[in-house]
Ligand binder design. Structure first.
Ligand SMILES: [Zn+2]
Length: 343
């Protein structure tokens, strides 16, 4: 190819190149060692000594022009490629994000956490235990000896002679007492599932959730218990609530009381929920029986304590107006979804 054709064709080829790959082919064809510019140097042989420097100068000029055009085109094509890539990789921030569904918590969990929070703020430690328990901790240490009728009353699921499904969270308390004795103060809240042989209906379930509390120390009195539970009732059912004690009987405590809270529906005037008495029973409580403390290893006879226990289902039913205890356990999505949290 003649030098004058090389400059025209070369610049045209560079101009026409649409991709860096095509442009590279042009570079090989014109500028490489086997390219047109190298082969045109072969024509030097046919020239006289006088003509050669002029020809060499011309070849260099053409080479520089083609190289410069080539470099410019490389920059152009790289810019185009970068721009295209940025467009391809761009994120459309106007697209809606993926939707996350936040599940609902079973109201039993909600209430249990609420109860735990109330007592945690008062310095209680939350302690849990095993659902499979020894007779020793479920009955014996709770002051319910072998032949005691309370064992029959409670209709226990026995696994073998010594092992059972715990019938109350008192089993967690008797273990906590044993682990901590003779040290004080002891302030624990014990939530957990418990089991009793029962025919399930709207108000009975063979499985339910209890939360019990226990305090041991010097000079702990029934009025401490009343103050504590009064605060609890206000936190759970509203600041206007008051409580009252009625004498009762439990093996674990002496004296024992039933605890009523003034009705949060009718404000004590009387309604269906409180059976027109103005009061709703929410807890069993009392002063820890001296035998319980002694059996757990507390040697100081001047130590006293109080204990209380509540059914979490009952509190949840009262608070949310739930009428059938089975609702907590039958996993009806429509029921659970009412307790969905929106964040
Ligand atoms: Zn009422």
């Amino acid at each position: 190819m003649e030098l004058k054709d090389i400059i025209v064709n070369g610049l045209e080829a560079i101009n026409k190149a649409e991709t860096l790959e095509q442009l590279n082919e042009v570079r090989i064809a014109y500028l490489s060692k086997k390219g047109h510019l190298t082969s045109v140097m072969g024509q030097m042989r046919n020239l006289s000594n006088e003509e050669r420097p002029m020809f060499g100068k011309k070849v260099n000029e053409v080479k520089e022009k083609i190289e410069s055009a080539y470099q410019q085109k490389v920059s152009e094509l790289e810019a185009i490629r970068l721009e295209r890539k940025m467009k391809e990789d761009a994120i459309d921030i106007t697209l809606p994000g993926p939707e996350f569904t936040i599940g609902a918590q079973n109201p039993l969990i909600i209430i249990q956490r609420e109860i735990e929070d109330v007592f945690r703020e008062m310095g209680y430690q939350v302690v849990e235990g095993d659902e499979i328990e020894l007779d020793l901790y479920n009955f014996e240490r709770a002051n319910i000896p072998q032949d005691h009728p309370a064992r029959e009353m409670q209709d226990t699921f026995y696994i073998d002679e010594h092992t059972l499904l715990r019938t109350h969270t008192t089993a967690i308390q008797t273990r906590a007492l044993e682990e901590n004795a003779p040290h004080i103060p002891l302030k624990v809240i014990c939530p957990g599932k418990v089991y009793r042989r029962d025919d399930d209906d709207a108000t009975h379930s063979h499985q339910f959730v209890q939360t019990e509390g226990l305090v041991v120390g010097h000079n702990i009195t029934l009025s401490d218990l009343k103050g504590t539970l009064s605060l609890f009732a206000k936190r759970m059912f509203g600041d206007d609530r008051v409580i009252r004690f009625r004498p009762s009987y439990f093996q674990f405590t002496e004296p024992s009381v039933e605890v009523d809270v003034s009705c949060h529906i009718c404000n004590g005037k009387g309604c269906n929920v409180c059976k027109h008495t103005g009061w709703i029973e929410i807890l069993g409580a009392g002063m820890v029986h001296p035998h319980v403390l002694r059996d757990a290893g507390y040697t100081d006879p001047t130590l006293t304590g109080f204990a209380f226990g509540a059914g979490v289902e009952r509190i949840a039913m009262l608070k949310y107006g739930i009428e059938d205890i089975r609702s907590f356990y039958t996993n009806d999505k429509r029921f659970i979804e009412q307790f969905k949290r929106y964040e």
